[in-house]
Ligand binder design. Structure first.
Ligand code: SF4
Length: 910
């Protein structure tokens, strides 16, 4: 049987609701899915979920746009040939067993993902470490927060996030470090701005870029990239020198005196700190004093800290300041690592990283895990971390790699080397829910996995809260749950006894039992309390924060009565009671000697920083399917300071060539003083599948933190020059780009009419026109209109009165008609003879374009908002909302509305 299509089958009963979670960021918002005959599927934020209390951001709001039928992987295949599950699973199992027999267990690797559910992660880890006998399983969370994991373990003795989201509302000062909170964790940002409106929470942002998050900040420290550890060391020296560290704390914490002494060496005062960090002394002084004078300080840190060749030290430098002043694990006070992915935490808990075992045990406890699993061959040594793992694939020592729910050919640093590794690997297995990714291009075996809406299991968010993801759709085609695929392979490899699982619930209960196994209070991660109700309790599980002790008497850290009332068996905060998980029971401060980025900049080089944008997620395999989310920023844009743009002779909307020692790329220039002089910023989302030359991670250096192995995505030396192209344009007409060698740049975005491509080429655009003719075939008619004065041309292809494709090209994109006008033509019924008039009308009359979408919920464009401001209709965010509806639903665009008001008004914005 060949599966080519499917219609999503809704399994939520009409009149009932499914409580599930959003699959994007680490906030872990609860989502409610309802179905009615009249309205079909409906989605809204779950008012009862403690992460979001009903809020959703722009990405969460548009989740139903991403569950469509196109580009789903529906059937297993082997070497491009469709197969049934039995054949595919047998092929995978026998191939892995053969490679293990011939080359040993370390010749096999799994590369998994924070998109997997905890149950998927658990069985993948159990198979690899417990039964194949190698620890070569690593996760894309390595790229996201492994430095925070290492920092936690060094400081606390275990990977523990001490605080909870409620502390955002309880803090008097929130410091956001290396986090564009407004775009990357929008619902938490909404909770923060609501708290600020309610009781005046102070906000400090420490970030080289002036991001959207700065719109609501009291202070922005535009720190020189890579210098954070100097700033926090400087703060520690200041706190010590000005009597803010209690003499009781010194003996309570291990290493405090040494940490202070080292900090005082290099950054004894605000002046030396400012010099190190590229800030003014006043900026640093103000920051130091605000921290020192405020008891309830919550420091939230994210990828800007973690994605560094010294990310672990930076994390510990932050934690040191909180430990030294007893501002940790307390109401409104703590150092809070926020994860990027929906289940990065779940992966950490079950041992998804190559250097940990399951249930927060390390390799010195391999014997214990081996006894629990009855796995005498369990791996005894850490495996290879992501960058080293793909290097081992490249040099041939790893001969089989199984990639699950991630896209390393696009998302790894030095992605071109990863592509080379996958191209030369004897066996590449990819499990995914989508049919097209850069990584799937290299797969010998493709295994269709269930996607969001079809999956059933648990995730853990950034505050240790375990929530259920529940299915409301039947599996697409032949897709199966990841845990089922892994379990079936394990059974076929001869490990059936250890993999008896018939459901995600059974896996979770085994995992929960492992957390309690020979624990005796040595490990905070304990889910024994969830074992009581068995599978029925799992099915009805409400969001709960671990530890979840078996009963109150065995609580490792007893929650307060108020906490117990709020979350009967969960634990909102840890460590605030002075109980740590090192053998000596103390917190360990780590003396930090700060280091700069791995590569210094040579003359003419700039520092490339990469990161997320508001409405997209990872490599666009889901958000890229949403027409709404694709309109906010619809192509890779390179943000550059005006001084650099002048120096390089680059203008707004030009294309720029970006060259590093690892690769090349092209992106559209946005000139902005929101980036520092000498830095450029490029979004991480575009891959080769979605952009001919805008894939970012081929440019990024593979330097990693020596402890965590996390790559340094925030500081790659690059050179920028203006791209020399002869024409640019827009093409609408299908998912596939016509093959034309003269194209040098092409990026696709989803519009209501289908995919649209922004193009640039060298030579004559006629080559592209001919490529489209060839692709569409002889039965399709075409019409052309040219404006000799502007040099623009328009082509239309049509058949049987229907427009099939359109292209508008010219010397630059600046004077092309709006894509909205072009898209309107795609739904036009055409009669021969009208084509030229239609093309001429659009080309000569750009009309009133709404501009790039700012408010995704209501499709409100920048130009519409600008008109409302300039005509005096709106002078604040509320009035803008009243006149345009922008910002009145999910709230994700409110920082941009404030910025627009600030830029377009002469009077101050309230
Ligand atoms: Fe999803 Fe947005 Fe909530 Fe993150 S903040 S979990 S992306 S709805």
């Amino acid at each position: 049987m060949t599966v080519t299509d499917y219609a999503p089958e809704i399994i939520v009963r009409t009149g009932s609701a499914v409580h599930t979670t959003c699959p994007y960021c680490g906030v872990g918002c609860g989502v409610l899915i309802e179905h009615s005959v009249t309205d079909g599927l409906q989605l809204r934020g779950d008012p009862d979920h403690p992460a979001n209390f009903g809020r959703l951001c722009s990405k969460g709001t548009r989740l139903l746009e991403t569950i469509g039928t196109d580009e789903r992987l529906l059937q297993p295949s082997i070497l491009g040939r469709s197969a049934d599950w039995d054949e595919a699973l047998e092929h995978v199992a026998t191939s892995l067993a053969r490679i293990r027999d011939e080359h040993g267990p370390d010749a096999i690797a799994f590369y998994v993902s924070g998109q997997l559910l905890t149950e998927d992660y658990y069985v993948a880890n159990k198979l690899m470490k417990g039964f194949i006998g190698s620890a070569n399983i690593d996760t894309n969370s390595r790229l996201c927060m492994s430095s925070a994991v290492a920092a936690h373990k060094r400081a606390f003795g275990e990977d523990i996030v001490a605080n909870c989201y409620a502390d955002i509302e309880l803090a008097d000062l929130v410091i956001l470090v290396g986090s564009n909170f407004a775009w990357c964790h929008p619902v938490l940002y909404q909770r923060l701005t609501a708290a600020r409106a309610d009781h005046g929470t102070q906000i400090i942002v420490i970030d080289p870029r002036r991001t959207a998050t700065c719109e609501d900040a009291d202070q922005h420290l535009p720190i020189q990239p890579g210098t954070d550890a100097w700033l926090w060391n400087g703060l520690l020296a200041h706190l010590s020198g000005h009597g803010f560290i209690s003499s009781d704390t010194l003996p309570a914490h291990h290493g405090l005196s040494d940490a202070i002494a080292l900090a005082q060496n290099d950054t004894p005062d605000s002046r030396s700190t400012a010099k190190r960090c590229g800030l003014t002394e006043l900026q640093v002084q103000t920051f130091f004093e605000r921290f020192a004078q405020t008891a309830k300080v919550l420091t939230i840190f994210s990828q800007g800290i973690n994605q560094s060749s010294s990310g672990v030290d930076k994390g510990n430098a932050i934690i040191n300041c909180h430990l030294a002043t007893n501002r940790l694990g307390r109401e409104g006070a703590g150092a809070f690592s926020i994860t990027g992915q929906p289940n990065a935490m779940g992966g950490r808990e079950v041992g998804g990283l190559a250097n940990t075992l399951a249930a927060h045990m390390d390799f010195d406890q391999a014997d214990r895990v081996g006894r629990f699993w009855n796995a005498p061959e369990i791996a005894r040594q850490p495996g290879l971390k992501a960058v080293d793992m793909f290097e081992a694939v490249r040099n041939g020592s790893i001969k089989a790699v199984w990639v699950m729910a991630t896209n390393p050919a696009a998302s790894m640093p030095d992605a071109n080397a990863v592509r080379e590794a996958l191209a030369n690997c004897p066996l590449v297995i990819v499990s995914d829910c989508v049919a097209r990714t850069d990584t799937l291009d290299f797969a010998h075996v493709r295994l269709p996995a269930t996607g969001w809406g079809e999956k059933d299991g648990t995730v853990t968010n950034s505050e240790r809260r375990i929530s259920r993801q529940r299915a409301f759709l039947a599996s697409a085609g032949l897709a199966r749950a990841d845990w089922w695929i892994i379990t079936e392979v394990a059974r076929r490899m001869g490990f059936a006894q250890a993999f008896p699982f018939q459901s995600a619930a059974e896996i979770f209960l085994e995992y929960a039992a492992l957390t309690n196994f020979e624990n005796n209070g040595a490990r905070a991660l304990n889910l024994a309390g969830l074992l009581r109700g068995g599978v029925p309790s799992y099915d009805t599980l409400k969001p709960v924060q671990w530890p979840i002790p078996l009963d109150e008497d065995s609580a490792q850290t007893r929650p307060s009565l108020a906490d117990l009332a709020e979350a009967p068996i969960g634990t909102p905060r840890l460590l605030g009671d002075g109980r740590f998980y090192h053998a000596d029971g103390r917190a360990h401060l780590v003396p930090i000697t700060p280091r700069g980025p791995a590569n210094t900049l040579a003359a003419g080089e700039m520092a490339l920083l990469t990161g997320r944008i508001r409405d997209h997620w990872h490599t666009l395999t889901r958000t890229g399917r949403s027409p709404t989310l694709s309109q906010h920023i619809d192509e890779p844009v390179l943000a550059m300071h005006p001084v650099d743009a002048t120096r390089l002779g680059v203008e707004e909307a030009d294309l720029a060539d970006i060259t590093s020692a690892w690769g090349t790329g092209i992106a559209r220039v946005v000139i902005s003083d929101e980036v520092r002089e000498g830095d450029v910023f490029l979004p991480m989302h575009w891959s080769r599948t979605t952009s001919l030359s805008g894939a970012v991670d081929g440019l990024v250096k593979p330097a990693v933190d020596p402890i965590s192995g996390q790559p340094e995505f925030k500081h790659t030396p690059v050179r920028i020059t203006r791209s020399l192209v002869d024409w640019q344009g827009v093409f609408m007409g299908g998912n596939e780009l016509p093959h034309d060698r003269t194209l040098v740049h092409a990026t696709r975005a989803r519009g209501p009419e289908g995919y649209r491509w922004k193009l640039a080429g060298r030579g004559s655009p006629q080559a592209f026109r001919e490529a489209v003719n060839t692709q569409l075939g002889p039965d399709v008619m075409s019409a052309r209109y040219a404006d000799e004065h502007s040099g623009h041309q328009a082509w239309m292809w049509y058949a049987q009165s229907r427009v099939i494709a359109l292209a508008f090209v010219g010397p630059s994109t600046r004077s092309l008609p709006s894509v909205t006008e072009m898209a309107a033509l795609m739904s036009t019924t055409i009669e021969t003879g009208r084509a030229h008039r239609l093309l001429a009308g659009v080309l000569s009359d750009p009309g009133t374009d709404a501009g790039p979408i700012v408010c995704s919920c209501f499709g409100v464009g920048r130009n519409t908002l600008a008109r409302a401001i300039e005509e005096g209709l709106a002078s604040d965010v509320g009035e803008l909302g009243h006149h345009t509806r922008a910002g009145t639903n999910c709230g994700s665009c409110r920082p941009e509305l404030r910025k627009l008001l600030r830029n377009l008004q002469t009077t101050p914005v309230p």
